[in-house]
Design a protein around this ligand. Structure first.
Ligand code: ADP
Ligand code: MG
Length: 248
């Protein structure tokens, strides 16, 4: 599904070079709801950018569903991003002048898809995500949690194999966040899609079936239930995270 090998990425910041990723390895070999958890500045957003083919690594390889990203030209990368990956941001990124339904349809309109098919698919997705009744409302009339559901519906439009979510509940209250994590988990389970969620919060990561701990630009450990019946909880994730990063 997702394979990163020895990925390096640095940025030039004035006369300083910031090494955001320093030999990151990461493998996801089956669909599910995964977290990448790390402190601010550890390289999480950089990793998502590279997975979305928005930027290329300086070194190393990234492969998604059998496609080596470095093999794609710019236009192929654009097409790959549009159709094979769904992206969900902290700030929802919905267009304020469009209704929820039009926002969901938009990526399809841009790709020249049939309007009737898009309309049906958007309605179906909004229903699936529990905001079917909000379809004809503009974002400003929706709560934060509802806006994020619309954004997830949009991300699912082309039935991508991979959804990338960067701190998707960062702008939500705790009750809406909890509902959203449960929903993401259901979507991953039921739609056979892989969701990679970046977060710094143990409460968020605890909803995932596996957590990759990232620190200083590398995956330095993994947290997963020790047996099938175990459900991770925030306290055990926080404790195990501290052990992995070695600050306990
Ligand atoms: P996180 O999402 O975990 O907070 P980031 O991937 O955003 O971490 O950043 C990792 C490091 O790279 C940080 O030190 C950050 O300041 C730096 N960085 C990220 N993007 C840029 C950029 N476009 N230009 C310069 N430095 C950057
Ligand atoms: Mg970030």
């Amino acid at each position: 599904m997702v394979r990163c090998e020895n990925v390096h990425k640095s940025y030039q910041l004035g006369d300083r070079r910031v090494e955001a990723l320093r030999g990151l390895d990461l493998t996801i070999d089956r669909p599910g709801f995964y977290a990448v958890m790390g402190a601010s500045g550890s390289g999480k957003s950089t990793l998502l950018h590279l997975l979305a083919a928005l930027d290329a690594p300086d070194e190393g390889t990234i492969e998604i569903s059998g496609t080596k990203l470095e093999s794609l030209g710019e236009r192929e990368a654009d097409a790959f991003r549009a159709r094979s990956i769904g992206i969900v941001f902290q700030q929802f990124n919905l267009l304020p002048t469009m209704t929820a339904r039009e926002n969901v349809e938009l990526p399809g309109v841009l790709q020249g898809e049939d309007p009737h098919t898009l309309r049906d698919r958007a309605a179906q997705l909004l229903e699936r995500l529990g905001v079917g009744e909000r379809a004809e409302h503009r974002p400003q009339a929706l709560s934060g949690g509802e806006q994020q559901r619309v954004a997830i519906a949009r991300a699912l439009l082309f039935q991508p194999k991979l959804i990338l979510a960067d701190e998707p509940t960062g702008a939500l209250d705790s009750a809406s966040s909890a509902r959203l994590w449960a929903l993401l988990r259901d979507v991953a389970d039921e739609e056979g899609v892989t969701i990679v969620m970046v977060t710094h919060e143990p409460t968020a990561a605890a909803h995932c079936s596996r957590i990759f701990v990232i620190s200083d630009g590398r995956v330095t450990g993994e947290i997963a239930p020790e047996h099938q019946q175990e459900q991770l909880d925030a306290a055990s994730v926080a404790a195990r995270y501290q052990r992995v990063v070695g600050t306990a």
